[in-house]
Write a protein that binds this ligand. Structure first.
Ligand code: SAH
Length: 229
């Protein structure tokens, strides 16, 4: 089965094979979020959000949050496990689930249009880009550019390891690839790198000898018209 297929993700959720899900709020999110310089009240987009509790942390920082997720199991679990009672309604290609400051669009990320994200000012990408195989990552990055307002700021987390030892997801995404995907449209700053193997024994058990985790700030360049010399 190819991970590019949405059926792959539906089956992962049906079988609760969701090793990517974190019970705790992501430590890098808490440490680096303020580096984006977003104000409370500014909306944050979380692509491929799963049932991440990081959505609640962002909402707690005062950000209206908008996630997109293909699995109804994930979306229902998010609200139920956090004791929330969302409103639900259908809007075009998406079923929208919303409570207070958290809105999840249940549907395909690639069906999103600029109108859905017109108010977004920031993006939180943890286990989203790296969930996708190589050919889809290019499509994913171009689609982000197509649907987000200019000037957006992104906190991006990646993993890099020897892809010949393990197949993804999560896939290995190198620093070179991050730059190739985003440098035409964004300022790219590497905020943090660590060797994550020591704390992640499940990866060592699967044969990895190194595992780098990186955190980036991406700042979308506003499409300012060039001034005449
Ligand atoms: N960011 C989350 C989930 C990461 S796993 C976290 O940190 O926990 C990737 C998630 O993307 C899965 O929940 C999967 O169901 C979802 N997904 C994969 N392809 C998608 C698509 N095309 N549209 C929307 N969601 C998708």
């Amino acid at each position: 089965m190819k991970p590019v297929e949405l059926s792959f993700w539906h089956e992962r959720w049906e079988r609760t094979e969701i090793g990517f899900h974190q019970q705790d709020i992501n430590v890098h999110l808490q440490q680096f979020w303020n580096r984006l310089g977003l104000q409370s009240g500014q909306q944050v987009f979380v692509p491929l959000c799963g049932k991440s509790r990081d959505l609640l942390w962002l909402a707690g920082e005062g950000h209206p949050v908008i996630g997109v997720e293909i699995s109804p199991i994930a979306v229902e679990a998010f609200f139920q496990e956090n004791g929330l009672y969302p409103r639900r309604w259908q809007e075009g290609a998406f079923e929208i689930w919303e409570q207070d400051e958290v809105r999840i669009l249940l549907g395909d990320y690639f069906a999103l249009e600029p109108q859905h994200l017109a108010d977004a000012a920031g993006v939180y990408d943890r286990a989203s880009l790296i969930a996708l195989p190589p050919a889809m990552r290019e499509r994913y990055a171009r689609h982000l550019d197509a649907i987000l307002p200019s000037g957006i700021r992104t906190l991006l987390m990646t993993l890099e390891y020897d892809q010949t030892v393990l197949t993804g997801p999560p896939f290995a995404v190198s620093d070179v690839e991050v730059r190739a995907l985003y440098e035409a449209t964004h300022e790219i700053e590497l905020l943090y790198t660590r060797d994550a193997l020591s704390e992640e024994s499940r990866w060592r058990d699967r044969g990895l000898t190194w595992l780098l985790e990186r955190v980036y700030r991406l700042t979308h360049r506003s499409d300012q018209p060039l001034t005449a010399p």
